[in-house]
Design a protein around this ligand. Structure first.
Ligand code: GTP
Ligand code: SPV
Ligand code: MN
Length: 610
């Protein structure tokens, strides 16, 4: 009887579909481990059909047509936005859900004090009950994908099983998917097993669980980006950070850019800022006119994630494992980020923005007049001046990286690019100056570990609250953050020529609450100073917190800042810092695996501030 039920649960059609799509090269060679895992997941979720994703253009067209027919996506004006489509998520499903994101390790202490934890057996049972039959009447898509470029020592394979075409179309942009991944996977059973089902999109039955000991991710009950594009935060940060610690590398929430000087020399910078704190913008920034005229250029390598390994030359080499950008739409304009605007003119998926009557898109801060009327992110008629946002503040675009006008020539180099400087930064209305340099690697790790930022709409919950967010990895570190700090310290010892570490803050406010620093392309001025420091030329004064540029060290040509404003941007307010240290102590107090070096750095800073 039990047997019968089981076979009932395994729709016969599924097997026909699977076998037919086995036609493409690679699947036949696939390891038995892959096939039996898919069988098992299908037995649980019970889809009507299983479709293997091969990554071809024909397949994109077929799936797009299907999703258009079902209403899952809408077509945009193909003359103005060729290849672009529009999607809305459920109104209660518009951001990552950190309180529903869990790390499931055998030992609770391995998840650490900053992660939500559940025992693996309990999590499998709890989510298994929600997954049970969740794909009935639906199709399960099997997406083999690579994070990283094929045949690179950095790249890793995953398979995501999902019942959402929207996910398939996004993964197609964000990863290298289909045949290329299966071919690399070959007969190896080494891959990250991802399972996603939208289920009933009920926030009470929504969980994003990571099982780093099993290379497994289970996500249920959401259709929003970071919760469901399992190659991104779930694999490339949470699971990869676990792998990186074991294998001796770093998986970080960092942009990567190349800064070319007038002689044509390109230096690479990586930067960790929390969600919606400026990574995409910095990665694509255009230097101010004064610098462009001299021949300075910025090239984009990545906008969200960096995998970094120690090279044979003792430098840290970084690679962007993603193939696209899942970027914040609001405030993106031809003034703030022209390269992003140009990137999203074709082959882009827009999520939760305003749909105009001409079937184009609009968002707050786009820098063009809003349509007289449109449809807002919730699908309701909307008019400018209504007092409501037309686009959700965390509305996003998904665009291929190759569309970016300033994509680096080296963005797909298998060995990555060598990093000269690393930036840690957040949104701090007060306390943190525009930029400062740490004294050395250990101090730099402490600067990263003690980072703080005001929360944004990228995650559900309160906005604008200052929270400690070490290395911008608080929501993304897949293991005990005390061990993570220790790993960073150890990496410095193993790297003979490590990057210099800086802290930046584009978000200081003046007495009226406006931003003191014009930001965006002007951030080039601070990044250039960082590279000047690496070259031994940037002028600095030593302060208790680190090296701060002297007032004449930043090239501010073309900017309208008063002397007082510049001094405010570069000020170190010892009283405010002492206050900040109390908050840091409270935060670090949560860790029972805090490396002694972090504590020592904090004490040393307290002494310097006294
Ligand atoms: P995630 O994709 O969530 O990881 O975000 P991100 O770090 O890539 O942030 P992004 O570059 O998309 O910027 C987020 C928001 O910050 C946007 O609304 C930007 O307009 C704004 N922003 C970015 N850079 C600056 C800056 O230099 N100054 C100011 N004031 N705002 C900025
Ligand atoms: C972030 O929140 O840091 C993002 C967007 O990059 S998401 O993919 O949703 O995590
Ligand atoms: Mn991010």
């Amino acid at each position: 009887m039990k047997q019968d039920r089981r076979s009932l649960h395994r729709p016969k059609t599924a097997y026909t579909t699977v076998r037919r799509s086995f036609a493409y090269k690679g699947v036949e060679m696939m390891h038995q481990a892959v096939r039996s895992w898919i069988d098992e997941m299908a037995a649980m979720t019970k889809p009507d059909r299983i479709v293997w994703i091969d990554g071809t253009e024909e397949e994109r067209q077929r799936l797009t047509a299907e999703a258009l027919a079902s209403g899952e996506i809408m077509e945009l004006n193909q003359e103005r936005l060729p290849g672009c489509v529009y999607h809305r998520t459920a109104a209660n499903d518009v951001a990552r859900v950190e309180h529903l994101t869990l790390i499931c390790t055998d030992n609770k202490a391995d998840a650490g004090p900053t992660n939500n934890w559940m025992a693996p057996a309990e999590a499998y049972a709890k989510l298994g009950a929600i997954f049970d039959g969740a794909m009935r009447g639906r199709t399960m898509y099997v997406i083999p994908y690579l994070m990283g470029v094929p045949a690179s020592p950095f790249s890793k394979a995953g398979i995501e099983l999902t019942d959402s075409i929207y996910v398939v179309l996004n993964m197609r942009i964000m990863t290298r998917m289909g045949r290329v991944a299966l071919e690399q996977l070959g007969e190896s059973p080494e891959f990250v097993k991802g399972l996603h089902a939208k289920a009933d999109l009920n926030p009470d039955r929504r969980f994003i669980c990571h099982f780093p000991e099993d290379n497994t991710i289970w996500s249920v009950g959401s259709g929003y980006g970071g919760n469901v594009l399992l190659g991104k935060k779930c694999f490339s940060l949470r699971i990869a950070s676990w792998m990186a610690r074991r294998e001796g590398w770093l998986a970080e929430h960092m942009l990567i850019l190349g800064l070319e000087d007038p002689r044509g020399k390109v230096s690479y910078v990586a930067g960790a800022f929390p969600s919606a704190c400026g990574k995409t913008n910095l990665a694509m920034m255009i230097p101010p006119e004064h610098f462009r005229a001299q021949g300075y250029k910025v090239w984009t390598v990545g906008d969200d994630i960096a995998w970094m390994r120690i090279g044979p030359d003792g430098r840290l080499w970084a690679s962007n494992p993603e193939a696209g950008f899942f970027g914040v739409a609001p405030q993106t304009s031809m003034i703030s980020n022209p390269n992003a605007m140009l990137t999203v003119q074709r082959d882009t998926i827009f999520t939760n923005v305003v749909l105009t009557p001409e079937k184009t898109v609009w968002w707050e801060g786009m820098g063009v007049d809003p349509p007289a009327e449109g449809i807002d992110w919730q699908g309701n008629p909307w008019k400018p001046g209504s007092g409501e946002n037309g686009a959700h503040p965390n509305s996003r675009f998904t665009a291929p990286a190759r569309n970016c006008p300033v994509i680096s020539r080296h963005w797909e180099d298998p060995q990555g690019v060598p990093i000269s400087a690393m930036l840690f930064g957040g949104r701090r209305a007060k306390t943190a100056p525009l930029i400062y340099e740490s004294f050395n690697w250990q101090h730099g790790v402490y600067v990263g570990a003690s980072m703080a930022s005001e929360t944004t709409t990228a995650a559900a919950g309160a906005v604008g609250v200052v929270r400690r967010d070490p290395m911008a990895m608080l929501p993304f570190c897949g293991y005990n953050m005390g061990d993570y700090f220790a790993h960073w310290l150890a990496m410095g010892k193993k790297t003979s020529n490590p990057p210099r570490i800086f802290h930046v803050n584009w978000f200081q406010t003046d007495a009226k609450g406006g931003f003191l620093w014009p930001g965006y392309g002007n951030n080039f001025r601070a990044v250039k100073w960082a590279l000047d420091r690496c070259a031994g030329t940037g002028k600095a004064r030593e302060t208790p917190i680190g090296y701060v540029p002297t007032e004449d060290a930043l090239d501010l040509t073309g900017l309208n800042l008063s002397g007082d404003e510049v001094r405010a941007l570069l000020a170190v307010d010892c009283g405010a810092w002492r206050h900040d240290l109390d908050n840091q102590e409270e935060f670090f107090g949560k860790f029972d695996r805090l490396p002694v070096e972090i504590k020592e750095e904090l004490e040393a800073l307290r002494k310097r501030l006294a």
